[in-house]
Design a protein. Structure first.
Length: 311
């Protein structure tokens, strides 16, 4: 028998993407759950060489942690620079230099063709015929919303559970977290956000709307942060592969950097590397709504030496 319910919040999250041939070999890891993290930590203690497929934030954090343990690391990225789809080519290049400066062998524009090894992975084979030796591999290829169990439910499924601006998928059914795709009125676009801060805030919002009968839209500014190679990376807003309208700071190996993103003069996102005070003010500006000029003034008022330049 099925469960009886008066209201439902769907929060089934997402599942990490795999590559063909990765399932049958020991030593190939994904990083999603606590047990995944514990297994990877144990593997890195005796790793000779780690290969990370994907230079996103998961891949970057794994590479950074492994380098801190003294492990040799190769990162393989299909695109021309890390995080191009999130922050654009220019600041993706800054991120690439961060890897290289700390001894990570970053290779962009490469395609993985398969894996070598009998019972345990021994190497990754690339599309150009070359190979990368590794006894531990981490796949950081993103994730897909866990909606397979909802096929035939009558809900609209398209890159997640399709919701309205209030997170409602249909009467008394809401979605939150990685699985929810909704039109964010603040950015006038549909989005699905996989960051943990969004999952917590969105879950509370969906529950309030369900329980109280309210129709409050969810118009939050997406936010995430990452610590890599002793540097704090923070991002807020929605850039979606746009190039920054302005880059502030020297953006060197050890110097702070801020990227500002705008459309039609309106601030849409901000990226900060080792600039927490300025970023906090930029995040508030994004929530209030502001333009590019106000963003530059905000950074200067936080004591950040801007040396602003057009992207």
């Amino acid at each position: 028998g099925g469960l009886r319910w008066d209201g439902v919040v769907l929060a089934t999250g997402s599942e990490p993407r795999l590559l063909e041939g990765a399932g049958g070999l020991a030593g190939i890891h994904v990083l999603r759950r606590l047990e995944d993290a514990l297994a990877l930590r144990a593997a890195l203690r005796s790793a000779g060489r780690l290969a990370v497929v994907g230079a996103g934030f998961i891949g970057g954090e794994v590479a950074s942690s492994a380098r801190a343990l003294g492990v040799d690391v190769t990162v393989l990225e299909a695109l021309e620079a890390p995080l191009v789809r999130a922050i654009g080519r220019r600041l993706g290049g800054v991120y690439a230099r961060l890897h290289l400066t700390h001894g990570t062998d970053l290779r962009c524009g490469v395609e993985v063709a398969g894996f070598e090894g009998k019972e345990r992975v021994e190497a990754i084979r690339l599309a150009d015929g070359s190979r990368v030796e590794a006894d531990v591999v981490v796949l950081g290829l993103g994730a897909d919303p866990a909606v397979g169990w909802l096929h035939g439910s009558g809900l609209a499924l398209e890159n997640g559970v399709v919701c309205d601006a209030t997170l409602r998928a249909r009467p008394r059914v809401y979605a939150a977290g990685d699985v929810a795709r909704w039109p964010n009125p603040r950015f006038a676009t549909h989005m699905r956000v996989e960051h943990w801060a969004n999952a917590a805030e969105q879950g509370a919002h969906a529950a309030r709307n369900l329980v109280t009968g309210a129709d409050r839209p969810y118009d939050a500014v997406p936010y995430f942060w990452s610590d890599q190679y002793d540097r704090r990376i923070q991002f807020a807003g929605y850039a979606c592969s746009d190039e920054p309208a302005a880059v502030l700071g020297a953006c060197g190996d050890e110097t702070p950097c801020i990227g500002l993103y705008a459309r039609e003069g309106r601030l849409t996102a901000a990226l900060a590397v080792d600039a927490p005070a300025a970023f906090t003010r930029l995040r508030l500006l994004l929530q209030r709504g502001g333009d590019l000029e106000a963003a530059v003034d905000t950074v200067r008022s936080a004591g950040f030496v801007t040396s602003a330049s057009a992207a």
